[in-house]
Design a protein around this ligand. Structure first.
Ligand code: PMP
Length: 433
């Protein structure tokens, strides 16, 4: 859609005058539209155009947009006890109790406001606990923007031979980023070699058990098990970033599917259907290092941590996820969609493939599913652009860049899915031209 002289383009111009690049978060660029309404599976732009939303705020919206039940719980909490800053809160205890019963590796849970907070706290804890400094992570995997982990997932300077451990942006502390060891995902030998070289200095390894940072890329059989074993052998903690998989791939997190237990887990996004909350869960031993200013303990101190609005939203969202068996619905919808897109790809005869799990999927414009970041980035971007534009013109909103993961929410209907499959057929033909 051309936006010249539309109110959307005027709104972008207005925003750019007062907000750097017009948005307060880097991943919000890529669309010309300005969206003004959201309900269920749909969002609307300021021109009145309606779109099936498969961004879902990059993960948080799991039940559906503007869910009345969650919103009511938030307003009730706000009208009852709008307290942060004084002692534990009832909702906070309830939420921690719920998470420790659902998530197999969680003895204790602490709350903060964003995924980046949670992974940063995890880094502080593992350093406090082990007295070591270095952290291992995987190429392409994004764990937030804090200096301690913002390495090795930049797309801008990626070439087939570029180093794995390039800082993600300017402004990071070189000392912090130089203490991060980056390994290619699913590289068994590379992982063994990294532990052989740095094992005794590693405080932890961080991993998305199922990678969504560059689409949908699972660990190959045995890779997570090897990672767990190497961490244990070398006295390093294993931290799972379940910020995208948590409360979406399974109520117990992806770890409950993989059967590999981390020592710490970061959650955020889907746990509160759009309200800003994150959680760091883990073993008693490690979580015991969080909470005070001392030489042995890492601090957690956010003014808005465990605020009653987000806590109420999380308690209500998890209650609905559990009582209405929402995850099963997400898998049914997702499986039907992936099967339909796979058929459409075969019909059109284009070199493309679809990967994913449950409610998440990614279409790659290459013959085979990627197993690591570089392969994912080889997805044909010209074909992707044509595909993306065609879907958008058909009222379907998806990521504007090749390796973006998309996800549906539980308000999506089977009719929506069938329409999406038909739209994919058209978009794949456009990409093939
Ligand atoms: N880890 C992963 C896997 C993520 O996808 C994200 C956000 N996209 C983060 C960490 C950072 O979370 P937040 O934006 O809430 O700080």
């Amino acid at each position: 859609m051309s936006t010249t002289e539309t109110s959307s383009s005027l709104a972008w111009d207005r925003a750019r005058k007062v907000v750097p690049r017009g948005v307060s978060s880097g991943h919000r660029v890529g669309w010309d539209q300005v969206f003004v309404k959201a309900s269920g599976a749909y969002i609307w732009d300021d021109q009145g155009n309606k779109y099936l939303d498969y961004i879902n705020s990059w993960g948080p919206i799991v039940l559906g947009h503007s869910d009345r039940r969650v919103n009511k719980a938030v307003f009730d909490a706000a009208n009852t006890c709008d307290l942060t800053g004084v002692g534990p809160q009832v909702g906070e205890m309830e939420l921690a109790e719920k998470i420790t019963t659902l998530v197999p590796s969680a003895d204790k849970v602490a709350f903060c406001t964003s995924g980046t907070d949670a992974t940063m706290h995890a880094a502080h804890i593992v350093r406090a606990a082990t007295g070591r400094v270095k952290i291992l992570k995987f190429h392409g995997s994004y764990h937030g923007w804090s200096d301690v982990l913002a390495v090795g997932s930049s797309r801008s300077d990626l070439t087939p031979t570029s180093p794995l451990d390039t800082p993600n942006s300017a402004g990071l502390h070189p000392g912090a980023t130089s203490d991060v060891v980056v390994v290619e995902w699913n590289d068994f030998d590379g992982l063994r070699a990294a532990f052989a070289e740095h094992g005794s200095e590693l405080a932890a390894a961080f991993a998305e058990g199922y990678i969504h940072s560059f689409g949908c890329v699972p660990a190959q059989p045995g890779f997570l098990e090897l990672l767990r074993e190497l961490c244990t052998t070398h006295g390093a903690a294993l931290v799972f970033d379940e910020i995208k998989t948590g409360f979406r791939s399974a109520l117990g997190g992806y770890q409950s599917i993989a059967g590999v237990m981390p020592d710490l887990t970061a959650f955020a996004k889907a746990m509160a259907n759009g309200y800003s909350i994150a959680a760091l869960a883990g073993t008693d031993a490690l979580m015991g290092h969080l909470g005070a200013y001392s030489k042995k303990e890492a601090t957690i101190d956010g003014t808005y941590n465990a605020n009653p609005y987000s806590i109420a939203a999380a308690n209500k969202t998890i209650e609905i996820l559990e009582s209405e068996d929402v995850i099963t619905r997400l898998y049914d919808l997702g499986d039907r969609l992936r099967a339909g897109i796979t058929e459409a790809i075969a019909e059109v005869g284009i070199d493309a493939c679809v990967g994913g799990l449950g409610s998440e999927w990614t279409v790659y414009f290459r013959k085979e599913l990627p197993t690591n970041f570089r392969q994912a980035m080889e997805s044909n971007s010209e074909q992707y652009t044509k595909y993306h534009r065609s879907l958008l013109a058909q009222g379907i909103l998806e990521p504007a860049f090749t390796t973006g993961d998309r996800r549906l929410n539980a308000s999506t209907t089977y009719e929506d899915i069938d329409r999406t499959i038909d739209a994919n057929r058209v978009a794949l033909r456009a990409a093939a031209e």
